[in-house]
Design a protein around this ligand. Structure first.
Ligand code: TTP
Ligand code: MG
Length: 587
């Protein structure tokens, strides 16, 4: 089996690789390992259909026994017992078919979730910035579910009903060869209609799945930005926007229903049944078959009902599943720029950082950073200052390769970040973001995020060093207090100290603190100052800050302006040489 050779920031070696060249091949490569379940499904379905066909055959024999010139009443009991026995066995086989289909459906759902999650973790920030979270969520949850439904009941019913359709061909000729006529006509028309149906169905089910993705995207964004929505009193506008998307989704569904309703085999079945009965009666009148044959044949024709009624539903389910498979595959196959570079440089970091004529832009035709060159020695503290939008955050994100420089190089310990083993590079660099993200779990778990096996003692030590211990213990549940939804909410300053505690725990060689929160009361400010000073000790530290006290004691100050270095040096040097820097201090 082949697999795509996409770059990935993160991979796990897996025993199974899946073929991602087309939706059908991909689904097949997921299915093939479970060939034994497919066999169970087929045996179950074939047995079920065969035994279902025996019923009209036995009933026909019973009719013949009664209507014979000398009625053979003694044959009725064995026939009844045969019917009962065969239907009990049939129920068991049916169970096997349903069980098999459900088993493979669940297995596939699990494996696909797994594959998708790993792939999402491996994609670059460039990808995640563009791809809406709501849409990804829709694909990762509901679309994966649709693949489950595709097998159970979808494939289950298709296989089951197909084998039902085969039965009249196997059993009718024993009464008369000509009786194949109606089933043959039925089958030909049925498959032509099915072909047409599937063709018109697939764009419709694509539309259904896409409409759902859009709806979900909007929902996720509205909830994520609920404060903004409320703050701007835009609830009504949100509702009407949501309604519009919900209507689109409804329209797509109605279209699907419309197609289902126009599925011709419904009409066809009525015609086949009537035509078949007529045909059998004519043969009876001609003395070609017996009355039992007519009864049995009509019973066999009745078996065509299953494929007729199951088909709209089952094939729609399969079509929805394939639409979903295409959407998931689109995510799996979307290009990502970085790769984890597993064989790359992975030594203990000293903490030297060097920018060499580095330039960067989020999209190719727009440059955010231009011609950045400077070197930071291990253990130094660098303050990066500049107006909002100057590119401070962007600059530090090049160090751990969250983003990749467009031209020029970024070197850590003299090694190009592209040549570093990505995991090793990122493990030794800790970036505390401007908006600190906390997971909805306990405070302890949030602190231990980068080191899940940390002991309670280690966690507390880190919290103390980050000046967070005091406020954490003020909560009733202390370190076990839940953050978010059901638990405590934290202020900006508290979040920052939790993030610092995270950094103390992982003990990175390079620490980046993107801190543009300036409105903090002086008591908190004092706490944070001390925490940062402690954190900066013994490692290379980048501070993005507006706090003059912090800027002042930095070893190196980089003043950014419109993505360029406007001035660089120590506080004293810059006070003398840089007008831009003096202006910051005179504000
Ligand atoms: P930043 O690097 O975010 O600027 P900054 O950190 O100096 O600003 P602040 O003090 O407000 O935090 O952005 C530099 C430019 O890059 C800006 O014009 C916005 C643009 N940009 C993007 O296009 N995409 C992004 O994801 C980010 C973060 C910024
Ligand atoms: Mg910023």
């Amino acid at each position: 089996m082949t697999t795509s050779n996409l770059a990935s920031e993160f991979t796990i070696s897996r025993p199974r690789q899946y073929n991602r060249t087309s939706a059908v091949r991909w689904i097949w490569s997921h299915t093939a390992p479970y060939w034994w379940i497919i066999i169970i499904i087929f045996i179950g379905a074939a047995g079920n259909a065969g035994l279902a066909a025996l019923m009209p055959v036995y009933i026909g024999q019973a009719f013949d026994a009664i209507t014979a010139a000398v009625p053979q009443i003694e044959r009725l009991l064995p026939l009844t017992l045969l019917i009962i026995g065969s239907q009990v066995v049939r129920a068991i086989l049916q169970l096997g078919r349903n069980f098999g289909a459900d088993l493979i459906a669940q297995k596939l759902e699990r494996n696909i979730r797994d594959e998708l999650y790993i792939s999402l973790l491996g994609k670059s920030m460039t990808f995640h910035n563009i791809q809406p979270v709501g849409d990804t969520m829709a694909r990762a949850t509901n679309d994966v579910r649709e693949i489950n439904f595709m097998y159970s009941p979808g494939v289950n019913l298709v296989v089951g009903s197909f084998l039902f359709m085969v039965m009249p061909f196997l059993f009718a000729p024993q009464y008369h060869r000509d009786l194949l006529l109606v089933p043959t006509l039925f089958a030909i028309t049925y498959f032509i209609a099915l072909w047409e149906y599937l063709h018109s169905l697939s764009p419709v089910t694509d539309a259904v799945r896409n409409a759902f993705g859009k709806l979900n995207t909007r929902l996720a964004e509205a909830l994520d930005g609920i404060e903004t929505v409320k703050g701007a009193a835009q609830e009504e506008a949100e509702v009407s926007l949501f309604n519009k998307l919900a209507l689109k989704m409804r329209d797509a569904f109605v279209k699907q229903g419309d197609l289902e309703a126009r599925f011709i085999p419904m009409l066809l079945y009525g015609l086949a049944f009537g035509g078949g009965l007529l045909h059998a009666l004519i043969l009876y009148r001609q003395g070609e078959i017996q009355i039992g044959g007519v009864i049995a044949y009509v019973g066999l024709l009745e078996m065509l009902q299953f494929p007729t009624f199951a088909s709209t539903f089952a094939y729609t389910q399969i079509s929805l599943g394939m639409s979903s498979a295409r959407r998931i595959l689109e995510l799996l196959n979307s290009e990502t720029l970085l790769d984890q570079n597993a064989d790359g440089y992975a030594e203990l970091m000293r903490g030297e950082v060097c920018f060499r004529s580095t330039a960067f832009g989020y999209n190719p035709n727009e440059s955010v950073l231009t011609d950045i060159s400077f070197t930071v020695q291990p253990g130094q503290t660098v303050a990066i200052v500049g107006q909002t939008g100057a590119g401070k955050t962007s600059l530090v994100k090049l160090i751990n390769r969250t983003y990749e420089a467009t031209t020029g190089d970024v070197l850590v310990d003299g090694v190009n970040v592209r040549d570093w083993n990505l995991a090793s590079l990122r493990e030794q660099i800790s970036i505390i973001e401007q908006d600190i993200f906390l997971f909805s779990s306990t405070i302890a778990e949030n602190i231990a995020f980068g080191k899940p096996d940390a002991t309670q003692e280690e966690i507390e030590m880190a919290a103390k060093a980050a000046q967070a211990h005091e406020f954490i213990t003020s909560f009733t549940d202390g370190y076990q207090a839940e953050i978010g939804e059901r638990g405590v909410t934290l202020s900006g300053g508290q979040r920052q100290r939790l993030a610092l505690a995270r950094a103390f725990l992982t003990d990175p060689r390079i620490l980046v603190l993107d801190d543009s929160t300036s409105a903090i009361d002086s008591a908190t400010e004092d706490h944070i100052q001390r925490a940062i000073a402690a954190a900066a000790k013994g490692r290379t530290t980048f501070l993005i800050t507006h706090r003059l006290s912090q800027i002042r004691w930095a070893d190196l100050i980089v003043v950014l302006k419109n993505g360029r270095i406007a001035a660089i040096g120590s506080h004293d040097e810059l006070m003398k040489s840089s007008e831009a820097y003096r202006r910051i201090f005179s504000e």
